[in-house]
Design a protein around this ligand. Structure first.
Ligand code: NAD
Length: 330
């Protein structure tokens, strides 16, 4: 069936805009619009493509993990793709996720969830060989990232040696704590330099400096949230993977919770909607993961997201003024 020309034009407009937003956010660390505006356009495009499958394109922003690889760094191919997450914006969409999960598993399967804070930073993969840190990379486009080992070695909470001589890849989020961000912007202000828009851009910009001394001076921190190939480590669940990483000496978030129902997930989300301001770092939502690794395997992946996890995004805060009033920089 032919698609209305207006709908085609609208989809093309959204695709072009989202590509542009992605480039500024992921490559330049310099967002053009607040996340809520980006999310709204993305949802509209997803809906249009769902209603009119003929509009789907291989290179649509709905199909791609955001980033691209910057020149100036060595490229690293991820053995397992570093994917994005599907989003939920309200309680109903969390229940929809729960229903999809249960439909994808056998009816007698009991489902439990891991709940984690969604740290607003930059995703990285750390490779340890026989317990020694040998490489750190950005997510990049999900398949290929940038080798930023020298910069990551300056992050005090990333151990250069693990407590056991194991070989594995772990994944986490590097972030800039709120007080470091404020200090950095104050210093920039005093020097008359452009300010960073938010801690995420400051962290991402710091890690993608060619001079590691700059990253070293920025007081970055990390929380690890996954083992790249957790199936290889003899583990049965995500919460066991988190406990194992902790035992190895890796920093994991103390607020992680393993819960037994969607009601408990929603209570966790509610709690953090109210308490997020008390944290010393920024979060932009809650990540909910099916806890059993066997169930994760059964559910699998779409082109862009795991079917066994979802990111609940907090209601938008009025950030427009912050973003437009502040001159952005990397
Ligand atoms: P995402 O933000 O939806 O989620 C995936 C990311 O969450 C992971 O890659 C990881 O970095 C992070 N994460 C944090 N804590 C985690 C945890 N405990 N477990 C697993 N992952 C965790 O996906 P994305 O592809 O990184 O970015 C898309 C989002 O970025 C959009 O929804 C939008 O809000 C924002 N964005 C904004 C603009 C803009 O112009 N403002 C442009 C592009 C993207």
């Amino acid at each position: 069936m032919a698609i209305d020309q207006d709908i085609e034009m609208r989809a093309a407009e959204l695709r072009e805009r989202l590509h542009r937003y992605n480039y500024h956010y992921h490559v330049l660390d310099d967002p053009l619009v607040p996340d809520a505006n980006y999310d709204e356009d993305m949802r509209e495009l997803i809906q249009l493509e769902e209603n009119h499958p003929a509009l789907k394109r291989e290179d649509s922003p709905t199909m791609r993990v955001g980033g691209e690889v910057l020149s100036g760094f060595q490229k690293v191919r991820h053995e397992r793709a570093m994917l994005s997450l599907g989003n939920a914006f309200n309680e109903q969409e969390l229940w929809d996720f729960d229903r999809r999960v249960r439909q994808g598993l056998s009816p007698e399967d009991d489902v439990t969830y891991s709940c984690e804070l969604k740290i607003d930073g930059l995703a990285v993969a750390l490779t340890y060989e026989e317990g020694r840190l040998v490489r750190g990379a950005t997510r990049g486009d999900g398949q290929i990232g940038e080798d930023i080992t020298s910069n990551l070695k300056t992050v005090g909470s990333i151990p250069l040696h693990l407590n056991e001589a194991v070989s594995l890849e772990v994944r986490g989020e590097v972030f800039m704590p709120e007080h470091s961000f404020q200090r950095l912007n104050e210093a920039k202000g005093e020097r008359g330099e452009a300010l960073f828009a938010n801690p995420r851009n400051a962290a991402a910009g710091s890690l993608r400096q060619l001079d590691p001394k700059i990253a070293a001076a920025r007081n970055l921190d990390i929380f690890l949230y996954a083992i790249g190939d957790d199936r290889g480590a003899g583990l049965a669940s995500h919460h066991e993977a988190i406990a194992y990483m902790k035992k190895l000496g890796l920093k994991v978030n103390p607020e992680n919770r393993h819960v037994s129902s969607m009601e408990e997930v929603i209570a966790y989300v509610q709690h953090w909607i109210e308490k997020r301001k008390d944290l010393r770092y920024e979060i932009d939502g809650i990540v909910i993961k099916v806890d059993s690794l066997r169930q994760q395997d059964e559910l699998g992946f779409t082109a862009k997201n795991p079917r066994w996890a979802i990111a609940y995004k907090f209601p938008a805060e009025e950030k427009m003024t912050t973003l437009t009033d502040i001159e952005l920089s990397v």
